[in-house]
Design a protein around this ligand. Structure first.
Ligand SMILES: Cc1ncc(C[n+]2csc(CCOP(=O)(O)OP(=O)(O)O)c2C)c(N)n1
Length: 641
């Protein structure tokens, strides 16, 4: 590494000549490939943004000038250039660098990220605060072509054009989301680039080119083909004329000197926001010559010579995601009213299978969770049975749509919440720990969580057939390996399942932790504690009869959930006990995640750190039994169903 080993901060980078920067970018790219081949990560997304990071840190006086990255998954080059090169190999691992951006990780991470489409709002806020304080620095937001179509980004563009604050937006246009980009805006950007037919645009192209600030005359000369000319003319048309942005571009986002030049020009614009439109290739330089950008977005470890992933010889059960996708296809085969929906996560949710099989009844709406939910509500008004497959963490963004548009109107919308619980390497922005709390407090919705992949199938069917809103939460990763060959069955709403009876303690587990609870009960038996284990199945409505029955007969009630304790399943049970005058008559323990930010790392290890494994559960139960009230007198009415 001729340059990179000497670059310990952007100030070092800025000592170099512009002519050296392309080589710096090459070294950064190679460094990302070498590191990600060992530890995995958002390889392709980051490879596509290498030159953008080099140019931005070269042109701007970071961290004095504020650089705001959208999502932050593509920011590995930024991390490398801002003093974190030697820690890159720890990325997404416990105690290591975050896979996204965190203000507490570096002063160069001016705004924490992980969810998409936030950068423009944050950057505009910084710009307005700067102006209010009478300070003078640049604010630059980098955003991808899919994230820019997200609702928040659109709202920020609307306000930025109106306020005319000094703000620079670098658009990283690679025509990709995780999957190929969708939507009219993305189609529009593509049409500009691929313009074939220009007849109706011929007039005015010259004028439009000239109107582009600073670049106009040069663009006119540089427009080598009619295609370039149209591109330059059309985009300013929309952004400059209609929305109050200046436009520079489009430019080759892998050519550092050109980027530097464009950003220098952008710096000079002091009377409003400007967009610099850079074209990039996702996975640029990835060793596998097969152009599967979809697969490159994020990778596990791979062979750095071939780009091929290392294959595990272990045969694992299908993931919950795969089972969801396959079950949707089965159900949609039989019921034409069912519609599947994803918000830019077709492969992550399993909706890719459905899009392929039923393209007319499956939608990828892009990064637009809020729209997705209300879109479903509209479909439900017309008798359709929409299923919104949205990760637990991303559904947070559509909270009001779930409440105001779906639950209040009691519409038949199913929420399939993948990645519920601790997701592991992606960390705090991606853990799905809040959905029970944010969905439980409003009438009408049914909440359920399966103990395994077979029950996921049953619950999905049950949710779709339930006439009102229903949500199913299930974890990231592989199923338990149970038989899923039978057709999905309807489950009685609000009924738990006793997996093991017991007279001393009753453990109510919600979701897949039921298996840890069963193992814990086995261990407790050997130390003389007879613990029942109940698969709660529903957080709303609770199986009140079953819970009260155990509460009247056991000394100890324990709830277990992979979610925040505040407002969660355990809270629901506690409320039930309180309503029935039992809360002070019984020892009660809620096990889950306390009120703290859960870091990134191996999910099993993180769960264990919160006592959410067989050891932890057994330990808590035996400690509590030592001082629990003596065995309760009432006879259980209906413990085993
Ligand atoms: C609110 C939200 N929804 C979904 C995601 C998942 N996600 C992460 S990156 C990404 C694609 C972003 O595409 P783009 O903005 O074009 O950036 P690129 O990856 O192409 O650089 C998506 C959908 C997210 N992070 N946040």
């Amino acid at each position: 590494m001729k340059f990179l080993s000497e670059i310990n901060s952007p100030a070092d980078l800025r000592q170099l000549r512009v002519d050296d920067l392309q080589e710096v970018a090459d070294e950064v790219r190679q460094y990302i490939i070498d590191t990600c081949s060992r530890v995995g990560g958002h390889t392709g997304a980051s490879l596509g943004a290498v030159e953008l990071a080099v140019a931005m840190h070269y042109v701007f006086d970071t961290p004095r000038d504020r650089l705001v990255w959208d999502v932050g998954h593509q920011a590995y080059a930024h991390k490398i250039l801002t003093g974190r090169r030697d820690q890159l190999h720890t990325i997404k691992q416990y105690g290591g660098l975050s896979g996204f951006l965190r203000r507490d990780e570096s002063e160069y991470d001016t705004f924490g990220a992980g969810h998409a489409s936030t950068s423009l709002s944050a950057a505009l806020g910084m710009a307005v605060a700067r102006d209010a304080k009478g300070e003078d620095f640049h604010v630059v937001a980098l955003i991808g072509d899919s994230s820019v179509a997200g609702g928040m980004a659109m709202e920020a563009i609307n306000q930025a054009g109106h306020l005319k604050s000094r703000l620079i937006v670098l658009l990283n246009d690679n025509e990709m989301s995780i999957a190929p980009a969708v939507g009219a805006l993305s189609g529009y950007l593509n049409r500009i680039k691929d313009a074939q037919s220009y007849h109706h645009l011929k007039e005015g192209i010259g004028d439009a080119l000239e109107s582009v600030p600073h670049f106009g005359e040069r663009l006119r000369r540089a427009a080598k083909s009619v295609k370039d000319a149209i591109a330059a003319a059309v985009l300013p048309g929309a952004l400059v004329n209609e929305l109050g942005f200046k436009y520079i571009g489009y430019i080759d986002g892998h050519n550092v000197p050109m980027l530097v030049h464009a950003l220098e020009e952008a710096k000079k614009i002091d009377d409003g926001p400007v967009i610099v439109h850079a074209l990039t290739t996702k996975g640029k330089g990835f060793p596998n010559p097969e152009k599967n950008y979809y697969a490159y977005h994020a990778t596990g470890p791979f062979d750095p010579r071939t780009g091929l992933p290392y294959k595990s010889s272990k045969v694992l059960p299908p993931t919950y995601t795969q089972v969801f996708g396959a079950t949707m296809c089965e159900l949609m085969e039989k019921d034409p009213a069912i519609i599947a929906l994803t918000a830019a996560m077709p492969d992550g949710t399993g909706v890719d299978q459905v899009l392929e099989r039923f393209p007319e009844r499956a939608f990828d709406v892009g990064i637009a969770e809020q729209h997705a939910v209300t879109f479903c509500a509209g479909m439900a008004c017309e008798g359709a049975k929409p299923v919104a497959a949205i990760y637990s963490t991303f559904l947070q963004r559509a909270f009001d749509q779930v409440i105001h548009d779906v639950c209040l109107q009691d519409l038949n919308v199913t929420f399939a919440m993948d990645r519920a619980g601790i997701v592991g390497a992606d960390g705090p922005t991606h853990h799905g720990l809040l959905d029970i709390a944010y969905l439980r407090g409003y009438p009408n919705i049914v909440l359920m969580a399966p103990k395994d992949e077979a029950e996921l199938r049953d619950m999905l069917f049950t949710a779709i057939e339930h006439p009102g809103p229903a949500a199913v939460r299930y974890p990231r990763g592989n199923g338990m390996g149970v038989d899923i060959s039978g057709p999905p069955q309807l489950i009685e709403v609000g009924r738990g399942e006793v997996l093991r009876d017991g007279s001393d303690a009753a453990i109510f587990a919600y979701g897949t932790l039921v298996h840890e609870a069963l193992e814990a009960a086995g261990r407790l038996q050997t130390s003389g504690i007879d613990a029942a284990v109940i698969n709660a199945r529903f957080a709303k409505p609770l199986d009140a009869e079953l819970i009260l029955d155990y509460a009247r007969t056991c000394s100890l009630i324990v709830t277990v959930e992979e979610a925040y304790l505040a407002g969660g399943f355990g809270s629901a049970v506690l409320e039930l006990l309180e309503q029935n005058g039992l809360s002070d008559k019984i020892k009660f323990i809620r096990m889950g995640v306390p009120d703290e930010i859960v870091t990134h790392g191996d999910p099993r290890m993180l769960l264990a750190s919160y006592g959410l494994d067989a050891d932890g559960i057994a330990g808590r139960v035996s400690a509590a039994m030592a001082d629990a009230p003596s065995a309760r007198k009432a006879t259980r009415i209906k413990a085993v169903k």
